[in-house]
Design a protein around this ligand. Structure first.
Ligand SMILES: CC(C)(COP(=O)(O)OP(=O)(O)OC[C@H]1O[C@@H](n2cnc3c(N)ncnc32)[C@H](O)[C@@H]1OP(=O)(O)O)[C@@H](O)C(=O)NCCC(=O)NCCS
Length: 198
C-alpha cells in the first residue's frame, strides 16, 4: 500500500501497513511517509522519529529521505529533512543519532528564530557499510563515504572520505585506509600506519 500523500504523522501499527518488511520499535513515528522510502529488512529501533518537512513558517519544501536495505537505525534517532537524506545499505547508527539536513534561519532580527524559514545547506549522504557512533549529529550538506566510522558524540560538519574513522566536534579524520599500503594509517603528510590494523 502506498503511503498517503502528505501532512500526516504515522505511528508503529500504521507504519507496518506502509512499510512491509521493516521492523519498527515502540513509539516510532514517521511524518509524511509519502516522502520517506525505507527498504525491506531495515530495523528502526524504539522512539525514533523520521520527519519529512513539507511546510514550515510559510515556506514549502520537497523533502526526500531514503534508508537502504539492511540498515539498523538505533533508538532515539532523529532524522529530519526538508531537502534530501540518503542513507546507503547496511548502515548502522547507534542510539541518539541526529541526521538533519537544515538549520533554522536566523538572519531576520525582527522575528523569533522559530518563526523564520528553515534553510538547507545541502543534502546528506551516508555511504554503504558505515557506522555512526552514539549521540552523533550529521549536519546539512555532508557526505560520509563508505565503511566510515564516526566516533561517539561527534558533530560532522564536513565531508568524510571512504574507509576512514572521524571523531570529535567538528569531526576530523583520525584513521584512513591506505589502498597502496593496504593498511589503516593516521592522516597527514608523514602517514604513520598502524600495526595490527592491516
Ligand atoms: C572511534 C572509535 C570506534 C575508536 O576507533 P579507533 O580507530 O580504535 O580509534 P582510537 O581509539 O585509536 O582513537 C584514535 C584517536 O581518536 C580519539 N577518539 C576516539 N574516539 C573518540 C571520540 N568518540 N571522540 C573524540 N575523540 C575520540 C582517541 O582518543 C585517539 O586520539 P589520539 O590519537 O590523540 O590518542 C571509538 O572511540 C568510538 O567512538 N566508538 C563509538 C562507540 C559507540 O557509539 N557505540 C555504540 C554501539 S552501536
Amino acid at each position: 500500500m502506498l503511503p498517503p500523500p502528505e501532512s500526516s504523522v504515522y505511528y508503529m501499527d500504521e507504519l507496518n501497513k506502509y512499510y512491509p518488511g521493516v521492523v519498527f520499535g515502540n513509539s516510532c513515528a514517521i511524518m509524511n511517509p509519502a516522502y520517506v522510502k525505507i527498504a525491506k529488512s531495515v530495523t528502526i529501533n524504539h522512539v525514533s522519529s523520521i520527519a519529512a518537512i513539507i511546510e514550515y513558517a510559510g515556506m514549502t519544501y520537497t523533502p526526500y529521505i531514503e534508508i537502504g536495505e539492511g540498515c539498523q537505525i538505533g533508538a532515539f534517532a532523529n532524522i529530519a529533512s526538508c531537502n534530501k537524506i540518503i542513507i546507503g545499505k547496511n548502515v548502522l547508527t547507534a542510539s541518539y543519532v541526529q541526521i538533519t539536513d537544515h538549520n533554522h534561519g536566523y538572519k531576520d532580527i525582527t522575528k523569533p528564530i522559530m518563526h523564520q524559514p528553515i534553510e538547507s545547506q545541502g543534502p546528506i549522504e551516508i555511504g554503504d557499510g558505515s557506522w555512526i557512533g552514539f549521540g552523533s549529529h550529521i549536519l546539512s550538506g555532508v557526505t560520509i563515504g563508505k565503511n566510515v566510522v564516526i566516533g561517539a558524540n561527534s558533530v560532522v560538519s564536513r565531508d568524510i572520505p571512504d574507509f576512514s574513522v572521524a571523531v570529535g566536534s567538528p569531526a576530523k579524520v583520525v584513521r584512513q585506509y591506505d589502498g597502496n599500503k593496504k593498511a589503516w594509517c593516521k592522516p597527514g603528510i608523514m602517514r604513520q600506519c598502524i600495526d595490527g590494523l592491516r
